[in-house]
Design a protein around this ligand. Sequence first.
Ligand SMILES: Cc1ncc(COP(=O)(O)O)c(C=O)c1O
Length: 407
Amino acid sequence: MPADLFDKVQNYTLARDAMARGVYPYFQALQNSEGATALFQGKEVIMLGSNNYLGLTTHPKVRQAAADAVLEYGTSCTGSRFLNGTLELHLELERRLARFMQTEAALTFTTGYQTNVGTISALVGKGDYVIIDKEDHASIVDGCLMAFGEMRRFNHNDTSSLEVQLSRLPEDAGKLVVVDGVYSMGGDIAPLPEIVRIAKKYGARIMVDDAHGIGVTGPMGRGTAAHFGLMDQVDIVMGTFSKSFASVGGYIAGKADVLHYVQHHARALMFSASLPPANAATVMACLDIIEEDPSMIDRLWENANFMRESLTRMGFDTGRSNTPIIPIIIGEDLRTVLAWRALADGGVYVNPVVPPGVPANKSLLRTSYTATQKREHLVRALEVLADVAERLDLIPEHRSQLKESVG
Ligand SMILES: Cc1ncc(COP(=O)(O)O)c(C=O)c1O
């Protein structure tokens, strides 16, 4: 009897077991999400689990731009950028992005995921190498798997490990180093000056995935490379529209000739329908707002810094975070999921992350912050966190002083 392909379907019980125990945290619907707060399972929750860093998803000008674009262009382009799916709107957006990033050109894709997959697989050909950080985003890994070249990985943010990997490669091979600017789970920043120095020593090109850096760090929110003053040293900056830009989609910014090549070789761009008009218009409205008044970036950092200082004082382990992504490292999977459940019941929404999202015994609650959160939202969230930590005894060594150190 040949094996049935669907045997694995019957044998997959992990998610159903968690559902039966009432501790299944994924694919759960939000009834509404205003930005700072949301409606979850019929209850208002303080939102510490979005990537809506600037809180622009509900900004009146952004909503209006999306609605106007639907009325003017309809709901879809029904084709890829390559053929019938390019509107003047896409070209205008690319010009705006290039101006914002201060690069020669920008190229948009339909999702951030496709941006990485398409760009890396287009550039890393047979005989080339792509060298990535072990904590790089899954879309980077998938881009490497789709490329004809070979992938090498170095230890997270460990520049000597990067150098070891580069030194083992043939001198005359093409090489691309790809790092996240801001790591999406740990909330730590790549040591870009040293990465650039080493990559250049070995003749490697550099790409930075700044999904969590654009709109968040650097002058005007131009991202991690701009933060380090390295925009002219990094070959490609990748960004998404699904975070600070309140939309969906992605882009790369860099030299016009490199983007021209990617545009004609990236299968994820050429064989997938283009960004819908409303999504493109949303990003342009966000750019208008940021360029007019970038002070919302300061408010985001005030909120994030207040929370990091408070959480650390209370005794939570926030790892190496130094951005608006602040993990609360719990360790054990079950305790992490129980803490998620108790926080949701108490009115605080966070994202539980268990392996393979993080290494074994490093499960965490991913919290992330928004410019539009008010101090009272954050203080309330800290009170609920203190209460849950006490009830579940999450940090025994700080048990007695948890509540006094809130706020
Ligand atoms: C670092 C990083 N890169 C790429 C992506 C993919 O972007 P998108 O969700 O916009 O497709 C994400 C989003 O999860 C991300 O965190």
